[in-house]
Design a protein around this ligand. Structure first.
Ligand SMILES: Nc1nc2c(ncn2[C@@H]2O[C@H](COP(=O)(O)OP(=O)(O)OP(=O)(O)O)[C@@H](O)[C@H]2O)c(=O)[nH]1
Ligand SMILES: [Mg+2]
Ligand SMILES: [Zn+2]
Length: 335
């Protein structure tokens, strides 16, 4: 493999004379046809860690990528020094088309959407049953974001040693979202990891939730050889301490699949949600929208879904749940 020296990239080559002599630039510039595909494992202030075959390679964005972001889960084309040796820096020249994009905004009025992860196929919505208190509004918002992005949601209810899951499970029953309940004892004896792992095999799952709900604790139980730091929940405020500061993708052993641990969120802003994509996750209701007015919000007087349910095609509880989710953008914190 050719070396271009420490921290050298295309831009350096363009502006600096070549110290080694007068080789033409075309010899120095890596050819993009030689690019190797990598999976982005983590992004830390412009330093992007990729997995290329079995090597972990640090890279940065090539200038030609412009403002296009690179996020955890991206499949990228990388050129330059791909040895993975210390102090080497490769360049990402292309981001492959994404199969899914999970977005969130800081709040609903914020037009700046950040991509949380790319190419995930499942969203594990992690909620503690206590400490911190569960907030159904955040769950609803994550569900909407998952449906909108085409990810399958999985409800992970942690800390059942502190409070029972019954009320929460009841209110999500009609949605039919798969769920797992875990607790401290089962984290210790491996039962929690086993039960969660069943849902993760062969898939790329992003773990999201408030700080302190136990995302990293669970990821550590699933991938013990890659232990990350966990934090304590503040006894007075009942809040987590935002221990995890960057998203990280970790491979599940043997049976395949990836888990992506993410930093705790305070809110999950939904700036733009397309109701037609959300309703796609409700196959029992979707055919009933054929008679809806154009661009129906599915939560207005002329919506055809009332008729659909009245005619017995679907369970009214399902329509209620759908509308509760679609209305979650309008509701304020504390609802
Ligand atoms: N009682 C109890 N505590 C738990 C359980 N799971 C995790 N915890 C505790 O919850 C605290 C927070 O766990 P973390 O894994 O750091 O939470 P996190 O969601 O990763 O938090 P951030 O990284 O800040 O977003 C730690 O003290 C864990 O030991 C559980 O099932 N029961
Ligand atoms: Mg964490
Ligand atoms: Zn409608």
């Amino acid at each position: 493999m050719r070396r271009y020296g420490k921290h050298t990239d295309e831009d350096d080559v363009r502006v600096r004379p070549n110290r080694k002599g007068n080789r033409p630039r075309s010899n120095i510039r890596p050819k993009h046809e030689d690019a190797s595909e990598g999976l982005v494992l983590t992004v830390d202030r412009g330093r992007i860690t990729c997995l290329i075959e079995d090597r972990t390679v640090t890279a940065m964005k090539a200038r030609e990528l412009g403002r296009k972001g690179v996020v955890v889960g991206d499949r990228v084309m990388v050129v330059g020094d791909l040895s993975g040796a210390k102090d080497t820096l490769a360049r990402i020249v292309r981001v492959q088309p994404r199969s899914s994009v999970l977005r969130r905004t800081a709040d609903d009025d914020d037009p700046y959407e950040r991509v949380v992860v790319a190419n995930a196929d499942q969203l594990a919505i992690v909620t503690a049953l206590a400490d911190p208190e569960p907030r159904p509004r955040l769950i609803d918002r994550c569900l909407v974001a998952a449906y909108d992005a085409g990810l399958e949601p999985l409800l992970v209810l942690t800390k059942s040693d502190l409070a029972p899951p019954d009320t929460l499970l009841e209110s999500y029953g009609a949605l039919g979202v798969p769920y797992v309940v875990t607790n401290r004892e089962e984290l210790a004896d491996g039962a929690a990891a086993d039960r969660v792992r069943e849902r993760l095999t062969g898939r790329i799952t992003a773990f999201v939730g408030h700080s302190g709900v136990g995302k990293t604790t669970l990821v550590n139980a699933l991938v013990p050889e890659r232990r990350r730091a966990t934090g304590h929940v503040n006894a007075v405020t009942g809040r987590g301490r935002h221990t995890t500061t960057s998203a990280l993708a970790l491979p599940l052993a043997a049976d395949g699949g990836w888990v992506i641990d993410t930093p705790g969120v305070r809110s999950f802003g939904l700036h733009h949600i397309d109701p037609s994509r959300v309703i796609h996750a409700f196959p029992d209701l979707e055919p009933g929208t054929a008679d809806c007015p154009r661009a129906c919000s599915h939560d207005e007087p002329d919506c055809a879904l009332d008729q659909w349910v009245a005619e017995g095609h679907a369970d009214p509880a399902r329509l209620y749940s759908l509308r509760r989710l679609l209305a979650t953008r309008e509701r304020r914190e504390g609802d």
